[in-house]
Design a protein around this ligand. Structure first.
Ligand SMILES: [Zn+2]
Length: 182
């Protein structure tokens, strides 16, 4: 894996044309850091209703051994619940480089985040395609949160996808090894 190509792509980004691109850059920078640290390349940012940064984070499942809960979305929601517990959550927007998985989808609903915008779809693991399968209470909760692709230049979509694809196989092998206690 040549990490320099991703560093280069971060530098070569076009000037921001859409407001989401400011947050897309931060998500991708966080995803790049995750990848460098040996984790899934996913970054996330949580923004207030007035477009102020509340928290940011990245995937750290292999930060200390293997912790399956340490997805980027969980990190930013943990920080928000710790530091901004007095703020209404319905106006918050969670930006994430990859469409949320089943676990994070549930956490986002329970946390009461109003909007989620992802840079690239996860055609094999993203849960926005599973909304119709939710049990009634979760389906009801789901009406409170809007999930949609971020409004960004294709540069950011492509970069988010290239990063997650780059080490996907290696990460699956690391998880399988951790399951076996290795
Ligand atoms: Zn997740």
């Amino acid at each position: 894996m040549d990490l320099r190509q991703f560093d280069q792509k971060l530098r070569e980004a076009p000037p921001a044309r859409y407001s989401d691109e400011v947050w897309a850059r931060l998500c991708c920078e966080q995803a790049f850091l995750s990848m460098k640290e040996g984790n899934y390349a996913v970054g996330a940012v949580l923004v207030s209703e007035s477009d102020e940064l509340l928290s940011y984070g990245r995937n750290t499942v292999f930060g200390h051994g293997y912790n399956s809960s340490r997805h980027a979305e969980m990190e930013v929601i943990d920080r928000m619940e710790r530091d901004f517990s007095d703020m209404s959550r319905s106006g918050m927007t969670l930006y994430v480089s990859l469409e949320p998985c089943l676990m994070c989808f549930g956490r986002i609903l329970l946390a009461g985040i109003g909007q989620v915008r992802y840079l690239t779809e996860d055609s094999v693991g993203g849960f926005t395609r599973g909304i119709h399968m939710l049990p009634p209470v979760w389906s009801e909760l789901c009406h409170r949160t809007r999930f949609e692709p971020a409004r960004v230049d294709s540069h950011w979509r492509a970069l988010a996808k290239q990063m997650i694809d780059e080490n996907a196989v290696a990460m699956r092998q690391k998880v399988a090894a951790a399951w076996q206690g290795k």
